[in-house]
Design a binder for this molecule. Structure first.
Ligand code: IMP
Ligand code: MG
Length: 181
């Protein structure tokens, strides 16, 4: 059988590594939001796996919402333009919100989103990202909660795609060069 695991050159973060990151971030959020109710807003599609694991680790009242934005085509570098493909279904004025992202790369997507949501008057707004590639940053944005800082490599798995594939890998890895077309 020629499954997707055979497309992977190297595993960077195992399922256990990723679970530990989710647990640590959940403890940080619980500490910071003690006695509050938080609204987690996942940025589709890449954040769906992280959101699911993070939310299940959180032992405080929370609700979840989803937005879809895009700044990338099918490729590996940002177009610099962001468009909202799916907006929130709820009001966020006066609420404590955390934007949940898979990866903070150039920062173009999150800068845009943070500005957009801040204008709607939440009580507070923070960012949780599983992965942070600070070397690639083009805008002045940081995350309040970070799973791990990673080197400037293109990675897939655990929600992250290459041409919409590999989101279902349970770990994060690097593709063999022959699979980048
Ligand atoms: P930014 O606007 O450049 O920060 O882009 C963030 C988005 O780019 C993420 O939500 C991902 O969808 C995508 N992205 C950035 N780096 C990678 C990567 O290494 N693998 C897969 N997708 C990536
Ligand atoms: Mg993507």
């Amino acid at each position: 059988m020629n499954g997707i695991h055979e497309h992977i050159l190297e595993i960077l973060y195992s399922e256990e590594d990723l679970a530990a990151m989710c647990q640590r971030i959940a403890r940080e959020i619980e500490r910071d939001y003690a006695g509050k109710e938080v609204l987690l807003i996942a940025v589709l599609k890449g954040s769906f796996v992280f959101m699911a694991d993070l939310a299940r680790q959180l032992n405080i009242p929370c609700s979840v919402e989803f937005m879809a934005v895009s700044s990338y085509g099918n490729g590996m570098s940002t177009s610099g333009e962001v468009c909202v493909k799916k907006d929130l279904d709820c009001q966020i004025a006066g609420r404590d919100i955390i934007i949940v992202e898979d990866i903070l790369d150039s920062g173009v997507t999150l800068s845009y989103l943070k500005k957009l949501l801040t204008a709607r008057g939440p009580a507070s707004i923070r960012i949780a990202t599983l992965l942070d590639k600070p070397e690639r940053r083009k805008t002045d944005i940081y995350a309040d909660y970070v799973g791990t800082v990673i080197p400037n490599k293109f990675i897939v798995g655990y929600g992250l795609d290459y041409a919409e594939q590999y989101r279902n890998l349970p770990y994060i890895g690097v593709l063999k060069p022959e699979y980048y077309s």
